[in-house]
Design a protein around this ligand. Structure first.
Ligand SMILES: [Zn+2]
Length: 203
């Protein structure tokens, strides 16, 4: 990952601070801690390098996502934003919440739009795994792009097909599934299947 984090790259329109807490958010809190504890979303000063979301209803546009610059290890209810809509051409995001939504909100939105079967998305950086992407034959985007950019969105959409796990070149991973739990199972199983390499990279 070559780029230093410098905030979101879109305009946010806040419709209000409050929205009803959705019980499924508890599952994101659990998996945020998991990603952090397993070095899949390394911390930087002021946040974690990852973002996680779930879609409210099948086929719907609305989703809950972590705010930008949150500590995934200790997510609190204020650390989530309800995204109502995204206008990609204008780079404008309409939300309820108290904080700016994740810098990759345009990416999450676009994946949900393209893949009606996907109800939850985890994105993290997991440096050990990124370096093994080619060796393990993971589906990977062709070119490295700036985080939070439409160019990155397009790279992902180009290779996403029906894949539920992809690597964004020199950047991070995306785990996508029909439920939050299933998105977690995917990363657990990848960790298991690559564990020797991950824990003994020089072996
Ligand atoms: Zn990232």
């Amino acid at each position: 990952m070559s780029e230093i984090y410098s905030g979101t790259k879109f305009e946010t329109k806040f419709l209000g601070e409050r929205f009803e807490y959705i019980k499924r958010t508890d599952e994101l809190i659990y998996w945020g801690k998991y990603l952090s504890e397993h070095r899949m979303a390394p911390k930087y000063p002021g946040g974690s390098s990852g973002n996680i979301s779930f879609r409210l209803s099948e086929m719907g546009k609305q989703f809950i996502i972590t705010a930008t610059s949150t500590d995934l290890e200790n997510l609190k209810s204020d650390d989530f934003v309800l995204v109502e809509n995204v206008f990609l051409a204008e780079k404008k995001i309409v939300v309820f919440g108290k904080k700016e939504p994740s810098s990759e909100s345009m990416l999450h939105f676009s994946i949900y739009a393209q893949r009606p079967d996907v109800m939850a998305i985890f994105h993290g950086h997991w440096p050990d795994l990124i370096s093994l992407a080619t060796q393990f034959g993971f589906v990977q985007t062709k070119n490295e792009q700036e985080y939070g950019s439409l160019a990155l969105v397009n790279e992902v959409l180009e290779v996403i097909d029906n894949n539920n796990f992809i690597i964004m070149k020199n950047h991070g991973f995306l785990s996508m599934a029909k439920s939050i739990a299933q998105a977690g199972v995917i990363i657990q199983s990848i960790k298991l299947s690559t564990i020797t390499q991950l824990e003994n990279p020089d072996a």
